[in-house]
Ligand binder design. Structure first.
Ligand code: G3P
Ligand code: CA
Length: 301
């Protein structure tokens, strides 16, 4: 796919190269496993590069890759006829022209066929120059991102078996990472493809909808035990993590990734806690912050 005119290779992709973001990974294990073994923080592009392009579209993913993202995150739902389509919201209003086109609001993605969804414009709402950008199929997004990068797939709706089948058909098992807030989905996925690296998203809301207390939101031992037991390898959490959370995760062999970190100050604070990965709307800013952070004071001999 081509980018809209006016876009050039970002200088930050050079910066990412210098920081080792695109250095060859060690041979032997799969790309997803190798990412977990890297001895540096991961920068993960949330819905692509939504600060400069419409979220969850091919231009957004292409720009995130150019910005040197270690992984490019996306969200998918299933169309009425069961095809995985990339979009964050369950309804079409916020990021497409569905409301004007079909003269109705709150139309659910799951209530339209893939052929109908592909007629939508998922770019003009962001900027006119992205007009006529359709919502991508999951397969189209994977074909683009995994040419040179690694996709972080967030399942918003759909069963595990069909995602496993799609990834196996494209030889993409463990060339991506799969995450979900639905831990039953992750359990099913692990049973079908135990080799696939999975991320357990949290904190999860209560079944009855009552809000969590601030303490309940913090990543703790009970969460980590459940995450390890269901076969996930990464706790993907909000900013509600502590130094103890990270230590307890590492003691269980789990990584901790956090979302969404869009400013230098929280990035540096969480980095100091030992967090392993940072999901961000601003990939270049995190690389720049990492490259220019103050040096750690020398340790006493
Ligand atoms: O990757 C984590 C993050 O994407 C989860 O929240 O709402 O942006 O899908 P959301
Ligand atoms: Ca997401």
């Amino acid at each position: 796919m081509s980018l809209p005119s006016g876009f050039r290779l970002f200088p930050t992709s050079l910066l990412a190269l210098l920081l080792g973001a695109t250095a060859p990974l060690a041979a032997g294990s799969s790309p997803a496993e190798q990412l977990l073994q890297l001895n540096r923080p991961l920068v993960i592009a949330h819905r692509g590069y939504p600060a400069v392009a419409p979220e969850n579209t091919l231009p957004s993913f292409a720009l995130a890759l150019q910005a040197g993202a270690d992984l490019v995150e996306l969200d998918y739902h299933l169309s009425l006829d069961g095809v995985a389509v990339v979009m964050h919201d369950p309804t079409l209003d916020r990021t497409t022209d569905a409301k004007a086109r079909w003269n109705a609001k709150d139309i659910r993605l799951a209530d339209r066929t893939v052929a109908e969804l592909q007629t939508l414009d998922a770019g003009a709402w962001f900027q006119p120059r992205f007009a006529a950008t359709p919502p991508p199929l999951l397969t189209e997004a994977l074909d683009l991102i995994n040419q040179t990068g690694i996709t972080l797939i967030e399942r918003k709706a759909g069963d595990a078996a069909s995602c496993v089948q799609l990834l196996r058909a494209r030889a993409l098992i463990n060339r991506v990472v799969v995450q979900s807030f639905d831990w039953a989905y992750l359990r099913d996925f692990h049973a079908l493809a135990p080799e696939q690296v999975l991320g357990a998203l949290g904190p999860r809301g209560r079944a009855d909808g009552r809000p969590l207390t601030p303490e309940e939101k913090i990543l703790g031992p009970a969460h980590l035990d459940e995450i390890a037991a269901l076969g996930a390898r990464v706790a993907v959490w909000s900013k509600d993590v502590t130094r103890e959370s990270v230590q307890q995760a590492h003691a269980r062999g789990l990584k901790v990734w956090v979302y969404s970190i869009n400013e230098p100050a929280p990035f540096l604070e969480l980095l100091a806690l030992g967090v392993d990965g940072f999901i961000t709307n601003r990939t270049p800013l995190l690389w720049k912050t990492l490259a220019t952070r103050p040096a750690a004071p020398p340790t006493a001999p």
